[in-house]
Every structure is written in C-alpha cells, then in structure tokens.
Design a protein around this ligand. Structure first.
Ligand SMILES: [Zn+2]
Length: 194
C-alpha cells in the first residue's frame, strides 16, 4: 500500500471534528512584539528618579530576546545626595543634573553583556546626538521610538544625520491606548490571585 493510500485510509477512519478540535480555544496575544518591548521601555522609564524627564530603552535581538535595558540616572555608584536633579540652566553646569546624568540608551549600552550588532532599540524618546553616536557605533540596526518631541532641536537633527549616514533605520510606534486599560485589568487580576 502506498503512503498516500495509507494516509487516506487513516483519515477516513477518524472523525476530524471530534479529535482535531478537542480543547482548542481561540486566543491571541494581547500585544505585538513592538508593543511588548515598548512597554518594557516605558516600565524602565518608570524606574528613573529624574523628576522632570523619565526615559527608558530596551535592546532586542533578531529572535525577540531582550539583550539589555536602561533608564536615565546618575553615574553608577555616585553619592546621589551630593548632586542635583534640577535642570535650571542659569546655574553653572556643576549645579545642573546635566553634569551627572547618564541617558537611558547609554546606560543600556554600557551594561550590555553581549554585542548589540544587528539589534533593535526601543526608546520612549528619540535619542539625542550623544546617544545616537553610541547606538550607531554599536551597530544597532533599527530604533523604534514613542516620542520625538525634541525634533526641532539641533541635537535631534544631528542624531538623525548620524543614523542616516550610518544606515540605522528609525520608525515611530503608534502605541494602542487600549493596551493600558487591558494591562491594568491584567495586573489587578494577578494581584487578586495572591
Ligand atoms: Zn541621549
């Protein structure tokens, strides 16, 4: 008996409805990978102590595995009681946060334990030119951003020039607002299960 006839004989002896659909429940993930990693970046931003601007980033490999994350914060190990969070630029740089803060992307790159070549970076805010230097030099392939609110600044233009000249692509992500409501419900359900 040929393999084809054997298979047809076997199939004819089964009721496809009764066996192939047992315990099959239609379901979908609540998030795309883009939304999942942007949410991770948003949670990383939530960890920042910066009272004015909280930024987060997550770097991901081609298999959608997270490589590293970061948020904006003071230099690691510094005595934080000795440096200011204020951003008043009328004070000398020594008395502004800008003298001491490490950006989220820089922190993520600094603390990565493996190469970021070919990775995607999810950022809550479009990178500044200093972080763009690090991202492009790390051979990151793509930057996905939530906000580009500083697009009129020189730093933003330079960042895009760096990306364009080095072949780093960038795109915005339209984060579906209903995700936040669904996530809140999900978290509340987890907490009531304790
Ligand atoms: Zn930066």
């Amino acid at each position: 008996m040929s393999l084809k006839i054997q298979m047809e004989t076997k199939n004819n002896n089964q009721d496809p409805k009764s066996e192939s659909t047992i315990n099959f429940v239609p379901t979908n993930s609540a998030l795309s990978w883009d939304e999942y990693f942007m949410l991770q970046a948003m949670i990383a931003a939530f960890k920042s102590k910066d009272p004015a601007t909280k930024v987060g980033s997550v770097f991901v490999d081609k298999n959608n595995h997270q490589i590293t994350m970061g948020y904006n914060g003071f230099v690691a190990g510094i005595d934080e009681s000795k440096v200011p969070w204020g951003k008043d630029k009328s004070a000398p740089l020594e008395f502004q946060k800008y003298g001491y803060v490490v950006h989220s992307e820089a922190n993520a790159i600094l603390h990565s334990s493996r190469s970021l070549e070919g990775s995607r970076a999810y950022v809550t805010l479009f990178p500044c030119n200093e972080c763009a230097k690090l991202i492009a030099s790390s051979k990151v392939k793509e930057v996905v951003f939530l906000s580009d609110k500083h697009q009129e600044t020189e730093s933003n233009r330079i960042a895009k020039k760096i990306f364009d000249l080095s072949g780093v692509t960038y795109r915005t992500l339209n984060f579906r607002p209903e995700i936040l409501g669904n996530l809140t419900e999900h978290l509340q359900n987890l907490l009531t299960d304790i």
